[in-house]
Design a protein around this ligand. Structure first.
Ligand SMILES: [Zn+2]
Length: 330
């Protein structure tokens, strides 16, 4: 197996033209290399050429407010890119992980590809499960807090994404945490939506929101919850069973979750380094009591303990096709 220095995934973009976007030929070639070297391709699926054209048209027409972010990235822009990526997966046999799936339509394409045996897995994020496009109607510049890509969608997509977690066509819930501040960063686009930095903070709330609206609401079993927030990511990205399992020989990474406590989510009380919270005012059922990181106490009675945290872990290469047995559809 060629050496990849413990790297077993890359993220590529079909959006962000002239910045990050790869064209189809580059993606085809990259997928071939990744398949050979045991890397999973994580792909941002939105058609960047179409978005660029829609953005140019909006600006030329003087439509410059933050709600235009969503208007220039409509749902088919995601579905088209997902379908294109699935076709290249079929041609190359490369393992594909579709990041931050936001629509039922895109998920349907992914599920159908999984049923045909293609090595494709996918994630969604709390913002697509819980927030919707009506937030772009907020007065003033408030909507800029929700400028992220893909944008928030029509509410009916939420039920489809919850179903995807329950039937395992979605393997993981990521945060897509991108903590631009409202003051000093988001306001770069005050007079032009296309200059608003894309992304929102959320890493701190992923676990609690999924517990509250998944487990406590009866949509997800505790087992599926643990798989979606931890185990499946460890398996897909080459860290299992060191991570993602409570077992002899695994790292002692343990969260003790108090399911009774309740809290109101607020930027005033958050730990993450941002000046707003996209879920401000929402109730969370349960709270972190203690966290052990490699056996060392990282949170004690809800209080973060100072000390060294992350360390580099070389990961196992991906074997294309192994995700099929791992995440059989129900
Ligand atoms: Zn992305």
């Amino acid at each position: 197996m060629p050496q990849t220095q413990g790297v077993s995934s890359v993220k590529l973009y079909l959006a962000y033209k002239d910045v990050l976007q790869v064209d189809d030929v580059s993606l085809l070639k990259d997928m071939r290399v990744c398949r050979e070297r045991g890397l999973r391709v994580c792909l941002h699926c939105e058609n960047g050429d179409v978005i660029r054209q829609l953005v140019d048209e909006a600006r030329a027409a003087g439509r410059l407010s933050p709600d235009q972010h969503a208007a220039t990235r409509p749902e088919p822009v995601e579905a088209e890119a997902v379908y294109r990526a699935l076709c290249l997966t079929e041609i190359t046999g490369c393992s594909l992980y579709v990041v931050h799936v936001s629509t039922g339509r895109a998920l349907k394409l992914i599920r159908e590809a999984q049923r045909r045996g293609l090595p494709v897995t996918a994630e969604t994020c709390p913002q697509y499960l819980l927030l919707d496009e009506s937030l772009y109607g907020l007065a003033g510049f408030e909507a800029a807090k929700y400028v992220m890509s893909p944008p928030l969608r029509r509410q009916k997509n939420q039920a489809a994404l919850w179903r995807g977690l329950a039937d395992h066509s979605l393997s993981c819930v990521g945060s897509d945490h991108c903590s631009f501040n409202y003051v000093g960063q988001k306001d770069l686009g005050k007079t032009d939506f296309s200059r608003i930095p894309n992304g929102a903070p959320g890493v701190e709330n992923r676990f609690g929101l999924l517990f509250t609206h998944g487990v406590a609401a009866g949509r997800l079993s505790l087992t599926d919850f643990a798989a979606a927030v931890s185990t499946n990511a460890a398996k897909l990205f080459g860290l299992y069973p060191r991570k993602g399992a409570l077992a002899a020989g695994s790292d002692a990474d343990i969260v003790a979750w108090d399911p009774v406590r309740r809290a109101i989510i607020s930027a005033r009380t958050q730990q993450q380094n941002a000046d707003y919270n996209a879920y401000e005012g929402m109730e969370q059922i349960g709270a972190v009591r203690d966290v052990w990181l490699r056996g060392r106490r990282a949170v004690r009675d809800g209080v973060v303990q100072p000390g060294p945290l992350g360390e580099y872990l070389p990961r196992q290469p991906v074997k294309s096709g192994e995700e099929i047995g791992c995440f059989s559809l129900q």
